[in-house]
Write a protein that binds this ligand. Sequence first.
Ligand code: SER
Length: 341
Amino acid sequence: MRKEVVLITGANGEIGHGLIAHLGSKKNISIVAMDVAPLDERLRHSCEHFIQGDILDTMLLGRLVAEFEIRTIFHLASILSTKAEYNPETAHRVNVEGTLNLLRLAVEQSSWQGRPVKFIYPSSIAAYGLPSLEIKKKVGKIREDQWLKPITMYGCNKLYCEQLGRYYTYYYRQLAADHGHMNVDFRCLRFPGLISSVTIPTGGTSDYGPEMLHHAAQGEPYACFVREDTRLPFMTMPDAVKALLMLECAPQEKLTQLVYNVTSFSPTAQEIYLRIKKAFPNAVVTFEPHAARQAIVDTWPADVDDSAAANDWGWNPDYDEERAFNEYLIPSIKARYLQPE
Ligand code: SER
């Protein structure tokens, strides 16, 4: 009999770290992790199996289907927004074709198992695109179905993959099979910027938040690549992991949509700086906006409406801004870099 496992792609990434560290402590879960690079040593003991390989390698994915009974897929592998702009076509291949490959794998698994495999997909505030700063300021919180005109390849990829998830769930092979049931149980979260005390993201455009914090904690100066007044929604990594697991566990009949906003707090870059300065009085931060990256975050919403997630599956973050900095980020990062209190 094949072994029942949870498959996590992009295992070495920020969310991968947070999720594997959390799931690895649970006795009844076997993790099959996948990444293009060798697995981070710190995650090894939490994973039953590690596959080093590319999500574009369909042969490799085929072998995976044959070997394991996959209950849930957390498809985290992705090229983030800033990095994607340097090579949009490569980003498209990884972000879209890679997701397509995983969706097909999920459908195949579901049909073997006779039940839909859960496919948990992190989308992003990058799926939004507000036309001007004035409108960004005016509209405030936005719903899942508003302002969907992304200006980045990453944002376009995320928005389209949300649609692919819907297509594979309800319509794939309908004409050929006419079976009228879910092919796969696709569930998606639109994440805001994420901040972890353990890892730093690479290639994103909300990275100034975590970068500012990690530089300050290590006593290094930081040139912030957006203006002081830039406002974006953020949440802590523990809350991101909590959201992924809550959505995974939610009873299907409670879900009224496939894509859910989740968020916690919405500081400006200046407000992040002030919190950091309070904890690390010697922090040196300058604001040196990078025009292209600034243009990207100016199209992302200042806040998102996550009431659908709250109503349907009880979403509620553990860390508001105060708790995020005072009870999670600052103490844990001080411990990490061994700064005296
Ligand atoms: N944090 C991501 C980025 O900046 C957005 O999802 O690209």
